[in-house]
Each structure stands twice: as structure tokens, then as C-alpha cells.
Design a protein around this ligand. Sequence first.
Ligand SMILES: [Mn+2]
Length: 282
Amino acid sequence: MSTYAIGDIQGCYTELQQLLTLINFDVKEDVLWCTGDLVNRGPQSLSVLRFFKQLNERSIVVLGNHDLHLLAVANGHDEYLKPKDTLTEILQAPDREELLLWLRQRPLLHRDVQLGFSLVHAGLPPQWDITTALHYAQELQTMLQSDSYGEFLHSMYGNKPKNWSPQLIGWKRLRYITNCFTRLRYCNEYGKLALEKKDSPKKTTSTVDKKKPWFLHENRASQEEQIIFGHWSTLGLYMENNVYCLDTGCLWGGTLTALRLEDKQIFRLPCKGECIPGEVDK
Ligand SMILES: [Mn+2]
């Protein structure tokens, strides 16, 4: 039995199946983790959703920003639909309610103590250790599974508050938590978010304003934990500082990447691409 973690798929079902063939994935024995963003922008989001749902306990999926966006749009918030979204097929599917319910029940952060890995879509701000982060992820998951989840989905959009305080309450509190787990790339050492900044760390020159990739802060409280994440295709495959970025831009013709957790072997499938680079998160 092996456990594979795979990066952002965003509806690239053909490439997903090709990668599973490449790693000889055994649906009866192996377990498949995914960094989230199963859907949107790619051509076959419905098939990707159905595939992960039917894996049952053999799949571990954390929610990404595109997954939450799907839930919001499906909940009637059409005003958030963007021209490049490819969610119609799911919204019109006969099994949409069971798929959306399954998606809504996914965690924001998953930790496997035995394997020694945690899984999140975007990141953790430097001031949260893994135990604290799990606590906040649970808060959000509880909201998503409550009767108020529609209200939450309507209130989650936006970049503020930028700063965290444990005393934050209401939608502001949940919005900061959501933005960390599903959208974080850059922040300062105190967890002040810079969500407007999306470029590759290789291109950035702004160490002057103290904004760094979340995983590079020296005081980061989660640095003892091995953390797998995605959401950052311009960062690409990255395996330093005890973090593993697996978003390698399948959607725009990069690769789809799997990491076998037991021996940290990497498998990469070249992808034909559906978008041009840089268009993914607009
Ligand atoms: Mn994302």
C-alpha cells in the first residue's frame, strides 16, 4: 500500500488518469491525497469530482479556493461567476447535490501523524503551529457543515482582514482563516496577508517590505511539520524548508505531479495545457 499526494488538477481528468497509470495506482490498496482545486478552468471538472468521491476513504482532498468558489456559485451566488469558469457541467449534472455535499464535507487541513505529513491547499501563516491551525481549520469545517454555510459562502470573498488576532469574531475571523488555507502565498512574519501578490518568488524583489512566501519566515511555528500544498503554479515543484509544493501548472501545460509519501519519490506527467501561464488565478 502506498500513499500518493497529487497537485492541483482543476478539471484535467485525462492527465489525472494518465498520472495514475504512470504510478500504477491501485484503487483497492493505495490512497490518493490531493492539494485541492479539483475543479474549474479545465475541461472535465465533473469527472474529477466523481472520481475522487467514489474513491471514498481512499481519497483525502482538502478544499481549495476554486472548490469553495464552486460551492458559492452552486449556492446561488451567480454574481461571483467569472467568464473563465468552467463549472456549468457540474451545476447541470443529475448528481450535483451529492457531489456538492461531498465536496462541502472535505477538510481544510489534513494531518496524518503516522505518515508525518500535513496537507493544505495554500498555506499556514507563520504564527500558527500545526495544532492551532488544525483547530482553526475545524472551525471553518464546522461552519461549512452547518445550516449557515450559504451565508458563509456569501461572506468569504475579499482580502480583509489582513491581520490575524485570536479575538477576531464572525465573518472577519472566518475570512482570514479561509484566505490562509485556500489563498495564501505571501505574508509578513506576523501573518499580515499580501493576497494581491501572486508572482513567483524567483521574480520577486520585495524583501524590503518584509513580505515573503509563508514558508520562508524564520519564526514559522509550523516548521517542524512536513506540509504538502499547492495553489502556486508559478512556484512549481518545491521541496525545501520542510514544505512540498506540488502545483506544477498542469492546467497551463506544465506537469501534473505526484509525491509518494513513503519514500518521497516524485512522479511527473507532462500536460498539454488548457490555459496560458498566468491566467490560472485571474
Ligand atoms: Mn488555488
